[in-house]
Design a protein. Structure first.
Length: 160
């Protein structure tokens, strides 16, 4: 009896794996090509750059989902839109500290119709009084909802 129970559990396990593998097939097709989603995501990131370079942290943050679960990973892990907004306002308190932002080497991977991953490099051009130039890499997870594509996870690391 114990052997039969163990075999049934194994069969169930492999059935679940088969269902998961089969259900992932449509997502692969979506991930291969979705130029509309890629264009929309590039627009979100382009708007963020424009807002940053105007010195408008509040507008920059509109690219993030306004949710307590929104996550920023840098030197620490911070949760919540309001917490992340306050961090940006504190660290980048004035136009000199903000500098001019550019993104480079963007790679957008549309994972499903509602989720995408983005990787790239950032560069902050700043005078020494503003903290000097800063370069780094980032990875983002975006979710599409009724408001469009929004960042739900941002992992940014300075490399210089």
């Amino acid at each position: 009896m114990l052997y039969a129970w163990s075999m049934m559990r194994r069969v169930h396990f492999f059935l679940v794996l088969a269902v998961l593998a089969a259900s992932s097939q449509p997502q692969i097709a979506i991930a291969q090509a979705n130029p509309l989603a890629e264009t929309a995501i590039r627009q979100v990131l382009g708007q963020q750059v424009a807002d940053w370079n105007r010195g408008d942290v509040g507008a920059f943050m509109k690219g993030y989902e306004n949710s307590p679960q929104t996550t920023f990973v840098g030197q620490t892990v911070q949760y919540g839109y309001a917490t992340i907004l306050e961090r940006y306002k504190k660290v980048y308190a004035n136009p000199a500290a903000m500098g001019k932002l550019t993104f480079a080497h963007l790679a957008i991977r549309v994972l499903t119709s509602d989720y995408a991953a983005v990787t790239g490099n950032f560069h902050l051009q700043r005078r020494p009084a503003g903290g000097g130039n800063a370069d780094g890499i980032f990875s983002l997870l975006l979710k599409k909802d009724t408001l469009g594509w929004k960042i739900i996870l941002d992992h940014s690391s300075r490399v210089s």
